[in-house]
Write a protein that binds this ligand. Structure first.
Ligand code: SF4
Length: 719
């Protein structure tokens, strides 16, 4: 204080920069000691109060994983710890982990990133680099990945098989032995007699044994397509991934049930279907983030829920920080914390579920202003595109039958139907295009073709796919699109102009926010079509399907099928997926009886798969049949499926007459497993085996192993 007082009285004198910094430093130290001196005294004396801290400065924090030799400077592993690599499953990003385990107790102390894994570092470590040299360069994990320790050591972990003691959902449990569990669920009978639940004490349950004995009986003789009675066993899986998934499918096959399926439709099915329609054979695409110049994120944001989550956020931050690096726009009704950071990112607040309107408005403007890559779109086949130096091709030039009376209305015209001959059974090359001279030609015979055509070929009215898309986009004016989606016309045009200003290094990518609506599939298709207009697929900085992975299903052993059980499991799944209602015995019987077959009791889903949300309502309505035994694995439908945690459904599920036997496999008594009759203890991701692959944001081909890096964290008294 004295010093400031003196300075205030003295006249200002010229000050050099060095002198100024020196004064600041001295002032800083003075203020620091004055402000925190007491704290330091407290810290020193606290160390001697109560239980003594292990170290005067580091307190009780762990010793590091590595020790440095003070004379040579060399690193060596700290023998106190074991370091093991595995793969995370706190989310589906599959990041590689380096798990620090106490050698004495076997307990996990810390989780960091495995630097050899591409998710955890942009410049990840080559497998040829020795382990010891990675000491100073670990990879990253996100906060949720770190919290894997809490999952493994959750104080409420289920330690042994549990059986309800009281009605379903009463929250009362009794531990039972594995022998009792297996005996009761296999033999069935009055297995709830000891629960004290008046509603089920004398209830007769068909166990696995009783149901298996009916493996040759039809579920419904009037509808043989429904398969055998063993389809009454339903295994509803959540994130039951590689290796475990094949195991449960094999179990279903061997038992004779087709009803072993996972969770995709509650998560992102319309995303997969839309992607597959635009990029056949692909369920997911992502931007090549680090080299892209411009990305539009629809219904997702870098650093938020996406795959792989921390990796995508890291890549975007890296790309954004480069001089002349990535610019991106987030199109989402909701601006979250991880989304828009810095002046190279911006947010377009769109009305929920109207992404398709904005995308079609952009498509309209791009086509009207000829901002698309016409040269790329003019190649009708992959062969022609590759000969021109392209990496992919589209069907923009292919002719579609537009005569509504034609039996193949809406399908591509084939060279056979066009009377051109040369039909070779190749679905793309056998289509028809209009060559540059204006003549119909087999697609496989043309290097380039016209993108715009409407007329007749061999008496059949046709248009090019490109013309059909243009017409769809022209169904509304930009003002109309603007009023639908709530984004101004000016912003729409600005987005379209910018998107078409970076050549192949601009990407339109989407995730759940776009597709989780009744019109989600259409939103998704419109958003993805933008990529075709700039021809960015597989280019550096463009759209990518990622590096992929190696199949663990092929090799010496058949890990997928049970050859002896072939044909035992067949029939319509309880979710009615992959089947047309019009092909069922039920529909045909109604028509034959002169009755109106519509509507069906519940919808049929000819194009969908993994219809998780349909399992419980179908079982409760017994349509097309009921459930005898329900198993949940990593599944929480009451929590994760909108509407299924409502009191009405829970009340029905609590009644054993609706679903006689429910077994959950879970690591804790969860919000859905709490309604089971039995809970089987599951392992956390640090304790189980899985195989997984890289996700599309990562361009490296990779297959990962998840393995038990620690023993089951909880043990029963007998071990
Ligand atoms: S992003 Fe990676 S580290 Fe984070 S929870 Fe998901 S898998 Fe784990």
């Amino acid at each position: 204080m004295r010093r400031w007082h003196q300075m205030a009285k003295e006249p200002f004198a010229p000050i050099t920069r060095r002198g100024f910094l020196g004064a600041l430093a001295i002032g800083g130290v003075g203020v620091g000691l004055g402000g925190f001196g007491g704290t330091i005294v407290d810290v020193v004396s606290y160390r001697n109060r109560g239980r003594k801290a292990l170290h005067p400065i580091y307190g009780n924090s762990d010793t590091p994983e590595w020790l440095r030799d003070v004379t040579t400077g060399e690193l060596k592993p700290n023998p106190q710890w074991i370091l093991r690599h595995t793969t995370d499953q706190q989310c589906h990003s599959n990041c590689g982990l380096r798990v620090k385990i106490d050698r004495k107790t076997g307990r996990v102390q810390r989780i960091i990133g495995n630097p050899y894994h591409p998710n955890t570092l942009i410049d990840y470590t080559s497998m040829s680099v020795p382990f010891i040299r990675t000491a100073a360069h670990p990879g990253t994990v996100c906060a949720r990945g770190n919290a894997g320790i809490e999952s493994a050591y959750d104080p409420y972990r289920v330690l042994s098989p549990l059986k309800r003691k009281g009605p379903r959902g009463s929250g009362k449990w009794q531990p039972i032995s594995w022998e009792q569990l297996i005996r009761e669920v296999v033999d069935g009978g009055k297995i709830f007699a000891d629960t004290g639940d008046p509603a089920s004490e004398s209830f007769e349950v068909t166990g696995f044994g009783g149901l298996y004995a009916k493996r040759n009986e039809l579920m419904n003789p009037a509808a043989p397509e429904l398969g055998h009675r063993t389809n009454g066993f339903v295994l509803q899986c959540g994130r039951t991934v590689g290796a475990r998934k094949e195991f449960v499918v094999r179990f279903g096959q061997a038992f004779g049930s087709v009803n072993v399926d996972d969770h995709v439709n509650v998560c992102e099915l319309s995303h997969h279907v839309a992607t597959d329609q635009v990029f056949p054979g692909k369920h997911m695409t992502q931007p090549d983030v680090t080299d892209a110049k411009f990305i539009i994120y629809w219904g997702t944001q870098p650093g938020d829920a996406n795959f792989p989550m921390q990796t995508h956020g890291k890549y975007a931050a890296h790309a954004r920080a480069k001089p002349d690096g990535l610019k991106y726009v987030v199109v989402d009704p909701h601006l979250s914390r991880g989304g828009v950071i810095g002046d190279r990112a911006s947010w377009v607040a769109i009305k929920p579920s109207t992404d398709g309107a904005l995308a079609l408005g952009m498509i309209r403007w791009i086509i009207e202003n000829r901002r698309y890559d016409a040269a790329y779109l003019s190649h009708p086949t992959r062969k022609a595109a590759e000969a021109a130096g392209e990496l992919s091709h589209t069907d923009a030039t292919h002719l579609i039958i537009v005569d509504e009376k034609h039996p193949k209305y809406g399908r591509f015209l084939t060279s056979e139907a066009a009377g051109l001959g040369g039909f070779k059974g190749d679905s793309a090359a056998d289509r028809v295009v209009i060559d540059p001279a204006g003549r119909p030609a087999r697609a496989g015979a043309a290097d380039t073709a016209r993108m715009e055509y409407a007329g007749e070929v061999n008496g059949i009215r046709v248009k090019t796919a490109f013309a059909r898309i243009r017409e769809s986009a022209e169904m509304h004016s930009l003002d109309e699109y603007s009023s639908i989606c709530g984004v101004s016309k000016e912003r729409m045009i600005e987005l379209a102009r910018e998107f078409t200003s970076y050549g192949r290094q601009a990407v339109s990518t989407m995730y759940r926010g776009v597709v989780k609506h009744p019109n989600g599939y259409y939103n998704g298709v419109a958003v993805l079509l933008l990529n075709l207009l700039v021809g960015n697929m597989n280019w550096t900085g463009g759209l990518t399907a990622g590096g992929g992975s190696w199949s663990y299903k092929k090799g010496l052993y058949d890990n997928v099928d049970v050859p002896e059980a072939k044909g035992v499991a067949y029939g319509v799944m309880i979710t009615r997926q992959g089947v047309r209602y019009e092909d069922t015995s039920e529909y045909q019987a109604l028509v034959k009886a002169g009755k109106n077959p519509y509507p069906a009791k519940r919808p049929w889903w000819p194009f969908s798969f993994a219809m998780y949300t349909e399992v419980l309502p179908s079982g409760l309505q017994k349509y097309p049949y009921g459930i005898d035994i329900l198993m949940w694995n990593m599944a929480t439908p009451f929590y994760s499926v909108p509407g299924q945690g409502n009191p009405e459904i829970i009340k029905m599920m609590k009644d054993p007459r609706n679903v006689p036997l429910i077994i959950a496999s879970d690591i804790v008594v969860g919000d859905t497993s709490m309604y089971a009759d039995y809970i089987v203890p599951d392992g956390s991701f640090l304790e189980r085996w899985n195989v997984d692959g890289t996700l599309p944001t990562v361009l490296t081909k990779g297959t990962y192993m998840r393995w038990p890096v620690v023993e089951l964290t909880h043990k029963t008294p007998d071990g």
